[in-house]
Design a protein around this ligand. Structure first.
Ligand SMILES: Cc1cc2nc3c(=O)[nH]c(=O)nc-3n(C[C@H](O)[C@H](O)[C@H](O)COP(=O)(O)OP(=O)(O)OC[C@H]3O[C@@H](n4cnc5c(N)ncnc54)[C@H](O)[C@@H]3O)c2cc1C
Length: 426
């Protein structure tokens, strides 16, 4: 079968960001090539947690989530307190979250984009951008991925399009190649996770542990970071821990060692031990607070992790990845209908503007938040005195899980709206 190597849009990476953009563009009739270096169904290093914001994006995409594992809120544990915070039912957000293993989520999304007409090619590694003499990105160079048994192409191949999207995750290979370096003054997280068979798989809450001890509580040493445990269904829980630093120059910490120590000290009835662990313990970086910009210039869009879109408040990035795909497609579709080059570029610039309008001020607040909680003693104080205060926790819950509406809402929502408008956009 022959296939054209030219398209309207090339999308690099079939994660949530890339598949979302590919779906929305293909659905409206654009010729989209979606290039993914791995086979579908390959695991991702992720907590697999989907907050109501992510659920909203999935609903907007039209994905059928009726059989997916749902949860009803966050259980926050720290300083001797346990607080359950249900996801609030709101006009703009559903009152439930979900969890879905990335082996399934990413495959669902990539196939969904393909069904809408995107030309999905797996086992294809994008190696470099193709640029014009004027510095505009006009395509990509690729090669078959060595470890993939049946790559969609068998030899190095060039693909061209007037619009290229880097949705290749934290590596952001295209962005890096054109000199869009990450801003080292923006927060960066690191997290590790593993799956376990556990009775906790029946739990309906997503649990966050704000303190990690290397022994019995208050008797051992407090370890840096925060932990999570939640069900992904089928008797499995995703267990992880992460920490965040206000700059990219984080202290070198052996997170895998901390994880092992923490797990060894969890209650026996949780059943978290080497015998119940399923698969490897794996770690990855979390690029946060728009640490790579501009999100659009010279024909190249940055989406999701490639644009550093993970929330500095909670380490969540799937909702933002899906949203960035939607917003990028909106700008691309508007540009298609413009008659002049100037008009097209103006329409494409709507994408970074929309991101800033939605998340800019919020992420500036997030940077302040990280600079506070990266000090364990501040975190400790907040946990000890904040957790028992219900009104304060309602505010914190909405702020941290990005479940505040951008307009309207209640007094808590208004306060967050005012705060995020008072600061410069990230
Ligand atoms: C330990 C950990 C836990 C996390 N937990 C959560 C959580 O519970 N909830 C949440 O919302 N977020 C979580 N995140 C963040 C979340 O995983 C990311 O924000 C999200 O995956 C970003 O989606 P993306 O589409 O931008 O990038 P990715 O999901 O990384 O997708 C990028 C895709 O591009 C492909 N690719 C990369 N390079 C190339 C190339 N050169 N050529 C072709 N294809 C390429 C990759 O194979 C991949 O499929 C966590 C992150 C970590 C590290």
């Amino acid at each position: 079968m022959t296939c054209s190597h030219d398209a309207d849009v090339i999308v690099v990476g079939a994660g949530p960001a890339g598949s979302s953009a590919a779906y929305y563009c293909a659905r409206e009739g654009l010729d989209v090539i979606l290039l993914e270096k791995n086979d579908l169904g390959r695991g991702k290093i992720c907590g697999d947690g989907l907050t109501p914001s992510a659920v909203r994006e999935l609903i907007t995409l039209g994905i059928d989530t009726s059989t997916w594992r749902r949860n009803k809120g966050l259980r926050v544990v720290g300083a001797g307190h346990t607080v359950e915070l249900p996801w609030p039912e709101q006009s703009h957000l559903p009152g439930y979250g979900m969890a879905r293993a990335r082996t399934k989520l990413d495959k669902d999304l990539a196939l969904y984009a393909q069904q809408a007409g995107a030309r999905l090619m797996t086992g294809v590694t994008v190696t470099a951008p193709i640029t014009s003499a004027a510095g505009r990105v006009t395509g990509v160079e690729t090669k078959p991925t060595a470890r993939v048994a049946e790559p969609a192409i068998s030899q190095p191949t060039s693909f061209t399009a007037p619009i290229v999207i880097d949705a290749g995750g934290v590596a952001a290979r295209l962005a890096t190649a054109v000199g869009r370096a990450k801003n080292d003054k923006r927060p960066m997280g690191v997290a590790v996770r593993a799956y376990f068979e556990s009775p906790l798989a029946n739990d309906e809450w997503m649990e966050s542990q704000l303190e990690l001890w290397d022994g019995p509580r208050e008797k051992g040493t407090l370890l840096p970071g925060y932990g999570w445990i939640w069900s992904v269904g089928n008797g499995l829980v995703n267990v992880g821990l992460g920490s965040v630093s206000s700059t990219a120059h984080a202290a070198k910490i052996d997170y895998k060692k901390i994880f092992t120590t923490w797990i060894a000290n969890t209650p026996e009835e949780w059943g978290l031990n080497p015998d119940t662990q399923v698969g490897d313990l794996r770690s990855a970086a979390l690029p946060m607070a728009f640490n790579r910009q501009p999100h659009y210039a010279d024909g190249l869009f940055l989406l999701g992790d490639a644009g550093g879109m993970i929330s500095p408040f909670n380490g969540e990035g799937i909702a933002q990845a899906l949203m960035s795909g939607r917003l990028a497609a909106e700008a691309i579709l508007q540009a298609r209908a413009r008659a002049t080059e100037t008009g097209r570029e103006l329409a494409l610039q709507a994408y970074p503007a929309a991101l800033k309008a939605d998340m800019g001020g919020y992420y500036t607040l997030g940077r302040v938040f990280v600079s506070l909680i990266e000090h364990p003693e501040v975190m400790r104080l907040c946990t000890r005195y904040g957790l028992p205060r219900k009104r304060l926790m309602t505010f914190v819950h909405k702020l941290l899980s990005d479940s505040w509406p951008r307009q309207g809402g209640d007094a808590t929502d208004h306060l967050i709206q005012i705060l995020s408008r008072m600061v410069p956009s990230a």
